[in-house]
Each structure stands twice: as structure tokens, then as C-alpha cells.
Design a protein around this ligand. Structure first.
Ligand code: KG4
Ligand code: ZN
Length: 334
């Protein structure tokens, strides 16, 4: 079969990214332009600023992606773009760019769900072995997904309130750490001991999870101790929080692996960059004698290579989008 090159665009949050991906798992080129430093001044992503910066940067990102690949738009077979979920204004910049390229160069348009992208980040430089269990852990999602084949997503359990990444970000803020909180909490936690007693989460025997009680417990603890004039040992608190949060992910993933026979466990989304989580999942995979697949660090957080990878099965199935494609901020994958 002829090689398939997909030009993929990701702009759902605060990264403007494009990539050219060959046959769904070979990254020919990738550019990620992050706005992180700008949003760090506000303690989180400001949607209006994010969409303006996407609009300012997207042409430059396209030129650089093509230059790195030594290719022209006319050389690719399809244009893929993230259409949901995400910030509406940000998504629209990527979508409009994709539509223009698709129309001008007469290439099929492929609409990709951002979460499918995170899962298919595991397909880059790698094969996915079905059936598999995917733990999707990002700023907006915490889901356990069973897949028997491509694009066959069954939700076994999910957070009933906050996503684990969001919880990391809120805890970071109350500890006085900079945005994005996850990596900074991880760094601080490594220096500490789990000395603070925090509530254990959702022990109801289901595969659902909950993180808002833990988040509130950390915030309340910091406020109460500050009011009393007591000093907080921030590295010990970060460590106690991380142990509780990752402990919840460990228990529920372990339970899912006991209930469902799979060949492989994969982790996906921004929080999968966490080294402590990776080692917990490595141990679980060993315990259940299955393979663990983890995306390389650069494909854990938002990037367009994962969108190109997730677009490939849709290309093979000729599932193309029409040019009235619109953004959707809350659309569910499953
Ligand atoms: O997947 P992602 O880049 O964006 C969304 O789709 O949400 O995930 C971002 C989330 C943020 O909440 C960030 O704090 C968290 O992933 N994150 C981490 C780490 N790196 C990123 N959380 C814990 N440890 C990390 N090393
Ligand atoms: Zn993401």
C-alpha cells in the first residue's frame, strides 16, 4: 500500500502544534509552540489570549512543520484537526486553518477528538495490542477505557468530579507553585515524605473515581494552618497529595485489570508524564503479566503528532469531515 502522509493540527488549549505523520506512527516533523509562559502570569489559561496567540502563530507553525519535513502541503494525503473537546476559540483557529488547507489543496479533512489523540500517542513508533486498557489522565479527563479494536472505546469508569490533572493544578496554586502545576508538584513531592493525613478516596468497589474531596482537603489544610500561623512543609504536603491521588489511580486500574482480560495497559494524557505514575503502572503491568505502553514524554502533553496518529484509522476507513465542521468544547469521545 502507498504511504499515507497526514498533516495534523492541534490548537485545543494553549499549544499551537502541527505535525506530518506517516502511516499513523512515524513522525516526519512536529512543531509545538507553547503559550505556557504567557498564561503562567495569570495562574492558568486565559481563553481569549489563547485564541489570539493561536491566530498569530499558526502560519509560522505551518511553515516550520513543512520546512522540517522538506514537504509541501500538496505532498500530503489529508489534513487532520482536533475539533473537540477544548476551548472553543482556540479550537476554531485550528479548524479554520484545516478547512482552508483542505479546500485550497483539495485534500480530505479528518476531524479528530483530542482524547483519541492522547490514546493514539501510544501508537507513535509502537503497535497497540488489543484488547487494551487505557488510563486517560489529563487536565480535563480521568477515564478508564477498554478497547477491543481501533476507535472502539468503552468507558469502564471515570472521575465523578475533578480530573486528576486539574487537581494537580489547583494544589500547585495553593502551594504557591507556578502554572502548569503538575510537573512542579511532582518535583516538590520527590523531596518530601507523606506525613500529612489526607482522606482516602472512593472505595465503593466501582471503577469510578473522585478527586474533589482530596483537592478540598489540601486547600482547607493550607488555609487552616496559615490562619493558625503554622508553617506548612510544602514538599511533605505535595508528597502526601501525590500519594493519595496516584493511589486512587492505582487501585482503580488494578481493579479494572482484575475484571477484564487485556493484552496491554496504556497511559495517556498530560499526567502520564509523571514518573511516579509511570512506575506505579509498570508494577501493575508486571503484577498482571501484561505489557505497559507509555508515550515518549514529548507526546504526553498536547501535540499534533498524536492527532496525526489518531487520524490514520479514520483515513483508512474514509471517515472524512465536511467543510461545515465546527468546534465543540464538551464533546465526549465515548
Ligand atoms: O493532556 P494535557 O496536556 O492537556 C489536557 O488535555 O488537559 O494535560 C495537562 C495536564 C495539566 O493538568 C498538567 O498539570 C498535568 O497534565 N501534568 C502533570 C505532569 N505533567 C503535566 N501532572 C502530574 N505530573 C506531571 N509530570
Ligand atoms: Zn490534552
Amino acid at each position: 500500500m502507498k504511504d499515507v502522509y497526514i498533516l495534523a493540527i492541534e490548537s485545543s488549549c494553549d499549544e499551537t502544534s502541527m505535525a506530518i505523520v506517516k502511516n499513523g506512527h512515524e513522525v516526519v516533523s512536529m512543531v509545538v509552540n507553547t503559550q505556557m509562559d504567557t498564561h503562567a502570569n495569570y495562574g492558568g489559561v486565559v481563553p481569549e489570549i489563547a485564541s489570539r496567540m493561536h491566530a498569530e502563530n499558526i502560519t509560522m507553525v505551518l511553515e516550520e512543520t513543512l520546512k522540517q519535513a522538506k514537504m509541501k502541503v500538496s505532498d500530503v494525503d489529508a489534513i487532520a484537526v482536533t475539533y473537540a473537546p477544548g476551548l472553543n476559540g482556540s479550537l476554531l483557529v485550528g479548524i479554520e486553518c484545516a478547512k482552508v488547507l483542505s479546500l485550497v489543496y483539495n485534500k480530505p479533512l479528518i476531524a479528530v477528538n483530542h482524547l483519541a489523540g492522547h490514546i493514539y500517542a501510544n501508537h507513535i513508533d509502537n503497535e497497540m495490542n488489543f484488547p487494551l486498557l487505557a488510563l486517560v489522565v489529563s487536565g480535563g479527563h480521568t477515564d478508564l477505557i477498554l478497547m477491543h479494536k481501533d476507535y472502539d472505546f468503552h468507558v469502564l469508569g471515570r472521575t465523578l468530579d475533578d480530573a486528576v490533572g486539574e487537581c494537580y493544578d489547583k494544589v500547585a496554586r495553593v502551594l504557591g507553585l507556578k502554572y502548569p502545576g503538575g510537573p512542579n508538584v511532582e518535583r516538590l513531592a520527590k523531596e518530601g515524605q507523606p506525613t500529612y493525613k489526607l482522606p482516602t478516596i472512593m472505595d465503593d468497589g466501582s471503577l469510578n473515581m473522585s478527586f474533589s474531596g482530596l483537592k478540598s482537603a489540601v486547600i482547607n489544610l493550607v488555609h487552616n494552618e496559615t490562619q493558625r500561623g503554622n508553617e506548612i512543609n510544602t514538599s511533605n504536603l505535595a508528597c502526601s497529595f501525590e500519594n493519595a491521588a496516584l493511589g486512587e489511580l492505582e487501585r482503580k486500574t488494578d481493579l479494572a485489570l482484575s475484571k477484564y482480560q487485556v493484552q496491554e495497559l496504556i497511559i495517556a494524557g498530560g499526567v502520564s508524564a509523571n514518573k511516579h505514575l509511570r512506575s506505579i503502572m509498570e508494577n501493575l503491568a508486571n503484577k498482571h503479566q501484561i505489557k505497559l505502553s507509555v508515550p515518549p514524554f514529548k507526546y504526553c502533553t498536547d501535540n499534533a503528532a498524536m492527532i496525526g496518529s489518531a487520524a490514520y484509522p479514520l483515513f483508512l476507513q474514509k471517515k472524512f469531515a465536511t467543510h461545515d465542521l465546527n468546534a465543540s468544547s464538551h464533546l465526549d469521545l465515548y
